[in-house]
Design a protein around this ligand. Structure first.
Ligand SMILES: [Zn+2]
Length: 136
């Protein structure tokens, strides 16, 4: 593992399970234990039924590009990576379930609306693996 000099996620009480899942190679989403609605980012209450009861569920890791930007000018930590893609990926489990991440494994100019993608996990430190996306 190379030295990683970019900002790192700081797992909190609400996000720790998500990051632990990423470390195991599993994409986990919070799911309402009462109505079954998934939600991201993690938060205490269901936005559909207002339940405070939730569990973590492994999802397929498949989705499609909902929106994206190609970054050409970045802060110093990311300057060596340009151009790179940051996408909002709509997961196949639910239309309003979206997560941001880099799309890699193709040229930034080849990213398209609704392009099928699948998750992979970039092991950046001993404790953190970042979910990223590649063409499916
Ligand atoms: Zn609910």
């Amino acid at each position: 593992m190379e030295q990683y000099d970019k900002p790192l996620p700081l797992p909190s009480a609400e996000t720790r399970e998500f990051w632990e899942g990423c470390k195991r190679g599993e994409l986990l989403m919070q799911q309402c234990a009462d109505c079954g609605t998934y939600r991201f980012f993690p938060r205490p209450m269901c936005h559909v039924c207002n339940s405070f009861s939730a569990e973590w569920s492994k999802v397929s890791g498949r989705g499609k590009v909902f929106s994206w930007v190609v970054v050409h000018q970045a802060s110093p930590a990311f300057a060596g990576d340009v151009p790179y893609v940051v996408a909002s990926v709509q997961l196949s489990e639910q239309d309003d379930l979206r997560i941001f991440g880099n799309v890699e494994g193709c040229s930034p100019k080849d990213v398209e609306l609704n392009m099928p993608v699948e998750v992979f996990f970039d092991e950046i430190t001993e404790d953190i693996s970042l979910p990223k996306w590649k063409p499916a």
